[in-house]
Design a protein around this ligand. Sequence first.
Ligand code: V47
Ligand code: SF4
Length: 390
Amino acid sequence: MQGTAQVQSIISNTSDKELQLIGEKVINHQRISFDDGVYLFEKASLPFVGALANFVREQKHGNKTYFNRNFHIEPTNVCVFDCKFCSYSRLYAHKEEGWELSIDDMLNIVKKYDGQPVTEVHIVGGVHPKMNLYFFVDLLKAIHAHRPDLHLKGFTAVELDYMFRKAKVSVDEGMKILKDAGLQSLPGGGAEIFHPEIRQQICEDKVDADGWLNIHKAAHKAGMHSNATMLFGHIEKYRHRVDHMERLRQLQDETGGFNTFIPLKFRNKDNDMSHVAESSVAEDMRLYSIARLYMDNFPHLKAYWPMLGRQNAQLSLSFGVNDLDGTIDDTTKIYSMAGSEEQTPSMNTEQLVTLIKQVKRQPVERDTLYNEIKDYSNFIWSEEINASLN
Ligand code: V47
Ligand code: SF4
């Protein structure tokens, strides 16, 4: 583990006085400002931000690296919106090219996990005009009746904004209806980049920043927790990234309802932004590090391994990340369709635990709310599992 003296020496060996001041703030637990965030993106080397982020990560969580056992349900990939970066959706006008699952289809997916120790189902998909609020109420009730121990995490603020408006209910009313049907928390999708200069270019027709934040605020007010994402590494500038994090940090100060911040690396296969180059791994690691420093009131920083790839996910554990999401099966299509090398994003618990242990971190299974379920420190991996990860 990295001690204060080590980080102190990295800070004092930096010739840039601004960076020294920012480094001092971090080790003294003082909040860094918007300008500090932009300065870090512009000037700080990967070893500098990486050392600071690792210091903060180890102060908060030691070597612990969380994962959960979950599975995804994607009700449809038909979507009324037309986000330029999305490789997954089929516009409603071409809905015959997409899929639409019935409640029975989705219940059959849940039943595949009967008897297995999964703790969460993550329900997220396109925005289909015929799958309305009451369809999802029935879905949540059906899953809850079949398996009451499963935590129901579902629906991005984009899906919720659309379903509440269509049902003509307020955000607070809609949230209560879904909560009463069994919804327990919200995933972080749909945030993309909040700043209108970018949002108008990449996803102008869906809910805006204030709408997204308002829905998460209502969820927190109703006693639910949620996550937040940021789609990075496309046409946004550094100041747009910091603006995005600032808006989330402010809401978190107000409600404390966010669990995790999840930066999502833009992948460029088969979408309207395929001409935009993907960011380098070094830039990704700088982003994770700076996110760890900026989002001082977010307890967890998650790398979504199906999108980042297994080896880069391992690397991220030295750059501020303390959560690797779950043991997801091959029903998650959003990233394989956007060009992630994880074409069949599937890892079982032994493989995920081994991945974490290979970089000398401590794997801990958690539930959705980060209650610890099992510490895998003493798990001994086999050559066979090692080989399956290469
Ligand atoms: O909002 C779409 C992203 C998100 C691409 O809360 C893309 O636990 C990269 O939010 N390249 C949906 N990203 C997924 C999501 C999520 C994933 C895992 C865990 C959680 C959680 C939330 O996927 C969208 C968008 O930002 N996305 N297309 C793409 N080409
Ligand atoms: Fe629809 Fe979501 Fe794809 Fe946007 S990112 S087009 S809202 S499925």
